[in-house]
Ligand binder design. Sequence first.
Ligand code: SAM
Length: 222
Amino acid sequence: MTYLELLAERGIDGAHPGGFALTRALLRREMIDANTTVLDVGCGTGQTSSYIAKKFKCRVVAVDNNPKMLEKAQQRFQKDSLKIGLVRADAMRLPFWPNSFDLVLAESVTIFTNISRTLREYSRVLKPGGILIDIEMTAEMPLTAEELKDVKSVYGIKQVPTQDEWTDMLKAAGFSSIQILKGRINPLELLFGNRLGKEFSAHFNLMKQYYRKLGYRVYRCK
Ligand SMILES: C[S@@+](CC[C@H](N)C(=O)[O-])C[C@H]1O[C@@H](n2cnc3c(N)ncnc32)[C@H](O)[C@@H]1O
């Protein structure tokens, strides 16, 4: 099973660096009200979408391309009696008109796709002045081919851009006012071991091995 299939199989919530605590902290800083329309791309089990719909009473659309994740998200929305639009779609080909959303959120999603293509999709579906918040793994320094091979073997991703590379791709996709929050993988989490169980040991071992090289960033842009 791939890393993403494992996450889906186990229904792991908050499967992004910084976790759900970071999500809540970031959303507190945004001007979201009942008139805001939000797109949660790669919504996973729907934890963030559900939180936004409950807290801000606004329109939320959640997208994922993994049927198991969608099933888990659907169960959550039904249990919470939430009217969240749930769509099976590829982040690289979003089935929405241009200028549809005020806020696009992607929490550890873009890196699993063709990054430039997906960023252009976020830009296309955002309204003018709309905001993208994207939390993504970021290399603290360029990885060697050998290192990239290790990362690829665990996550199936083709590249781990540095902060400058992410910034260039965001600009090329039409984003400006790029604000960046730097995050490092929490060493305590690694020290206290693999809370997700042994199926995730490849992920934890990689995080330990590349602790100094792999970090993450929150990219907030217009
Ligand atoms: C690491 S998980 C993060 C899930 C969720 N955002 C969270 O933070 O808990 C990545 C998610 O992106 C979804 N995903 C990966 N590639 C995708 C694509 N091309 N289109 C849509 N969703 C995708 C996966 O199915 C998975 O749910």
